[in-house]
Design a protein around this ligand. Sequence first.
Ligand code: C2E
Ligand code: CA
Ligand code: CA
Ligand code: CA
Length: 273
Amino acid sequence: AKHAGRGQASCYQSGMLEQIAARHQLEQDIKAAIEQRQFHLAYQPILSLHDDRIVGYEALIRWEHPTRGRVSPAEFIPFAEETGQIVAIGQWVLEEACREAACWADDQHVAVNISPVQFKSPSLRAHIVSALDRSGLPPHRLEIELTETALVADGQALAHILGEIRALGIKVAMDDFGTGYSSFAHLRDFPIDRIKIDRSFVASAVTDSHAMAVLRAITQLGQDMRVPTLAEGVETQEQLELVRRLGCDDVQGYLIGKPERLDTSSISQKKYA
Ligand code: C2E
Ligand code: CA
Ligand code: CA
Ligand code: CA
């Protein structure tokens, strides 16, 4: 049943008239999903290359639709951004991720994706404060992941929001680094605690010397700026050795572990020792 949704989900995007109806249906379905708690979170481990320990987990939303099966976030998140529903979804993700992480046996951080729409909504700070308060999770264990599109527009206002959020004691990672239009300007203009290097660089670096040069340059830049770098999408031993050699601080990818639902008791360092 897990994969039954894949083919069917594409009926959300067929012909013209159908498309309008399907979009309306999807909006209704998301509304129901929020109300009926059809979402859950999967967690993907983040490995530190300094001590080969799992130092955190990225929370990734999963939607088990009652009839369509699993609907990919790559499909419904952009849609929910258009309708504004992402703000309610994002609030739930923050609450749930903090609540679950607070029960983990060890003190790994939890990384939560924040949509650009959510980042620009005036309620974000209150949602973060509420999630931390209600869960009791220490702020230093929460990290938010922003893509560069969150940082486009009024730079000063955004830098201010970012400053307020970091003042809570939580960390901010720049997600999919290198895929935006002005990655370096963003790095210069915004205070950032971690660079997540997009997996497209990692994938091509093994065979393509130009991609390798870019990957090396980003890693070096992180070192010079004293901002830790994380290589995303590490799938092979060869890629792992490469990013280790280049000096990346952390890695994430199918080689280390796929996103999985976690029961609290399974989270401990022992599992990975
Ligand atoms: P992302 O934030 O860049 O998350 C990483 C995506 O890459 C995840 O896909 C993950 O399953 C996948 N991935 C991890 N390791 C590998 C690997 O080694 N190889 C390959 N090919 N893929 C890998 P997923 O879970 O389908 O999420 C897709 C995107 O949806 C995310 O990209 C993120 O932009 C968005 N998303 C997911 N959960 C949330 C959420 O709670 N809130 C928001 N706003 N967006 C979310
Ligand atoms: Ca992410
Ligand atoms: Ca990413
Ligand atoms: Ca992405």
